[in-house]
Design a binder for this molecule. Structure first.
Ligand code: IFM
Length: 450
């Protein structure tokens, strides 16, 4: 890119995101209960190299350092998640004040540093005790989730104005319950579809619980979206892409934003469809203040299925195709097909192999370019008329990448897992300059930024 700057709207929110299990560690400290990810990662063979989140980035003990790091980077907003079993160890019942105090201190230090907190209530670490009772297939869990949400908002709602209920219902349902790659490791499609439905109902109940306590809170949900695009314009490829979109994206967007399931995918799923109780779709479609979009890659589809390796495309360490224009296409599609509230890009980023050079720097030009290209498409989408209010890079720092353990690094800050030292990568330094300029700036570092 030349030195021409692409400016963002004046109040555009520049943030970074993380999640509790991926960074906190302290898995059994402060009277925290066991989560399904504790159980899963402690089960041999579930996570690459036997990695666990027992220590992770040790953020539980180092949060003050991490807040200072963000402040020094100029980050304006921090999206973190709350570990439900840290706050309510058994999922329902007594509150653990030690756990609640941790988030209280985190929020206070963010505010002192001038960083706006954006809290996610569920980023996958379900209390194990609730999984033992059937997890998200048990309708009681939906009520417990609403109670836990209310508990968090009662404690932090005077300072936290932005709440996200569920992070990525697709991943929770399908990787956790259909392929079993994620906790709780179930491999059953019907269960997965019931979990998907119940998550959306639980989301709606949580929205109501949050608003009952804090009517002025901004409440949203976060979707992982990998837009299905046809490989060619042939009617067969176009139809296959539409089917794929409905099965994966529409399945979640429609109940939340239109109060019904996509008819085609519903029919296609036959007797696998979930049990939908009267009133459920009114709950799933609670009015929202925003939706979060997590975008990493598109899905290219032809009449035979998904195209795995696309000739000429770049791939990240996750094996995900790099395709920034699809983000713009996705945002426009959502804008056109739904009555869309404001949008935040709640996650976007890439895993690449990074090394700390002899001079102590981490040069990660591919990640920098990835973020720059995607921000450019967000900028285009805003020009197209999509109301995008902010961008949260995934991730503030390298962390536990679920079944991949620590083998995939997504951070704009490098974490040495032996010493736990944080080193801001080139991409992070560049991101700081973007934030300061409120514009996409050239990636040639200035002397001051070196
Ligand atoms: O690390 C995850 C995150 O927890 C949820 N969204 C995708 C990221 C990268 O896989």
């Amino acid at each position: 890119m030349s030195s021409t700057q692409l400016s963002f709207p004046p109040r555009f929110v520049w943030g970074a995101a993380t999640a509790s299990y991926q960074i906190e560690g302290a898995w059994n400290e402060g009277e925290k209960g066991e989560s399904i990810w504790d159980r899963f990662s402690h089960t041999p063979g579930k996570v690459r190299d036997g990695d666990t989140g027992d220590i992770a980035c040790d953020h539980y003990h180092r949060f003050a350092e991490d807040v200072n790091l963000m402040r020094d980077m100029g980050i304006k907003a921090y999206r973190f998640s709350v570990s439900w079993p840290r706050v309510i160890p058994n999922g329902s019942g007594p509150v653990n004040w030690v756990g609640l105090d941790f988030y209280d201190r985190l929020v206070d230090s963010l505010l002192v540093a001038g960083i706006e907190p954006y809290a996610t209530l569920y980023h996958w670490d379900l209390p194990q005790e609730l999984q033992d009772k059937g997890g998200w297939t048990n309708r009681d869990v939906l009520g417990y989730f609403a109670d836990y949400s209310a508990c968090m908002v009662r404690r932090l709602g005077d300072r936290v104005k932005n709440w996200m209920t569920i992070n990525e219902p697709w991943v929770i349902s399908f990787l956790g319950n259909r392929t079993g790659e994620h906790a709780p490791g179930i491999k059953d499609e019907k269960t997965a579809l019931q979990v998907a439905h119940n998550l959306m109902v639980g989301h709606g109940m949580a929205v109501q619980a949050i608003r009952a306590d804090q009517p002025n809170a901004n409440v949203g949900i976060v979707f992982s979206l990998s837009p299905a695009e046809p490989e060619t314009n042939s009617p067969a490829d176009v139809e296959a892409a539409q089917r794929s979109w409905e099965r994966d994206s529409g399945w979640f967007l429609d109940p939340i934003l239109k109060a019904h399931y996509p008819a085609g995918a519903w029919k296609e799923r036959g007797n696998l469809v979930p049990d939908v109780k009267p009133g459920d779709l009114a709950l799933t479609s609670q009015k929202l203040d925003f939706v979060g979009v997590n975008y990493y890659f598109r899905t290219l589809v032809n009449a035979k299925g998904t195209v795995d390796k696309i000739p000429g495309s770049e791939y990240t360490e996750m094996g995900w195709e790099v395709n920034a224009p699809s983000l713009r296409g996705l945002l426009n599609r959502m804008h056109k097909e739904y009555k869309l509230p404001p949008v935040f890009i709640t996650e976007n980023g890439a895993a690449f192999k990074d090394e700390v050079s002899a001079d102590g720097q981490v040069r990660d030009p591919r990640r920098l370019n990835y973020i720059k290209d995607h921000l450019t498409q967000v900028h285009e989408a805003i020009n197209d008329g999509v109301d995008v209010r902010g961008y949260f890079v995934w991730s503030l720092m390298d962390n536990f990448e679920w079944a991949h353990g620590f083998s995939k690094r997504f951070g704009v800050t490098h974490v040495d897992y032996k010493t736990l030292k944080r080193t801001v990568k080139d991409s992070g330094k560049w991101y700081s300059r973007v934030i300061k300029a409120n514009a996409i700036v050239s990636d040639a570092p200035t002397a001051a930024a070196r």
